[in-house]
Design a protein around this ligand. Sequence first.
Ligand SMILES: C[S@@+](CC[C@H](N)C(=O)[O-])C[C@H]1O[C@@H](n2cnc3c(N)ncnc32)[C@H](O)[C@@H]1O
Length: 302
Amino acid sequence: MPTLFYTGKMAFPLRLMTTMSGIIAWITGNARDSSAMKEKMKDGYNGKFSDYIHQYDELSTFHYEKIANILLQEIDCKGKRVVDVGCGTGILSFMVLEKAAKKISCVDISPLMLEKCKKKSIDNGYPDDVISFYEGDIEKLSFRDSSFDIVFCNMVLGMVPNQQEAISELARILRPGGTLALSIHGPDHLVEPIEALVKSMNKRYYFTHRFEYWPRDEKKVRMFLIKANLDKIQTKRLTWIDEFENGGKLFDFFASTSGLWWYHRLPPELRSNETEKVRTYFQKNNISKNTCDVIFSWGTKK
Ligand SMILES: C[S@@+](CC[C@H](N)C(=O)[O-])C[C@H]1O[C@@H](n2cnc3c(N)ncnc32)[C@H](O)[C@@H]1O
């Protein structure tokens, strides 16, 4: 079961409130409804709550590219069959192709993100036998056992309800001796925008629901990999701060990167006003610093 307790560095009253929200969500059954949780994530990345998702590449590439570079650093992709699960618009997938992989399979739960990935592939002239696209859920993938030499998953697991199932599924499609490479949201990832959001958004629309960005520590991630039958496990937690020009720019990044999935209970007619209000809060309070906290993990299938 993912933790309901928000352990990031938010101010104590806010941590208490989000924890209360998680506990009520657990008692009412909302926190255990994993298909509803996945659905709202999918809706967010399909652009149901905001058009910001169409600016994902423009506003978020710098962030995911930096993480992908660290994840890829010591992996030899040359001639390998690779899968990128939760590929989004394919930021990591195209980096893998540049490292001379034989073939990349791109998987995402959101048809819109996958469509964007496909368009980029066509624009760059990649042939079909080098890149292919699959709509799918990380917890139940359509590939046969041992299909890949390398499995990547870049900043997806923090949004997945059943993380152990997801990691075991990633291990299932990996061949023995193959490499699993994950980056996962750490406890303080995006803590400043999350705190500003919790302060400025109308509470009735998120209270009693669980915050999907539940945090993970390295020990927990290592346990997931051990249970998924991996060895030679390495983990590394890195934190850094990105400084944006102003609060509005940080909000724009935050909204594009998440698809504003926390708006799922907000009536459609209120969405643009709420966005304006929250963005103004970021701007007025100069919420322009963003903590990145990422747990990297690599393992080899036994
Ligand atoms: C923060 S984005 C990261 C995208 C990409 N890996 C990158 O580096 O830019 C998270 C992605 O995970 C996808 N996703 C969320 N839940 C998923 C699930 N259960 N199965 C597959 N993909 C999922 C979302 O649709 C979104 O494209």
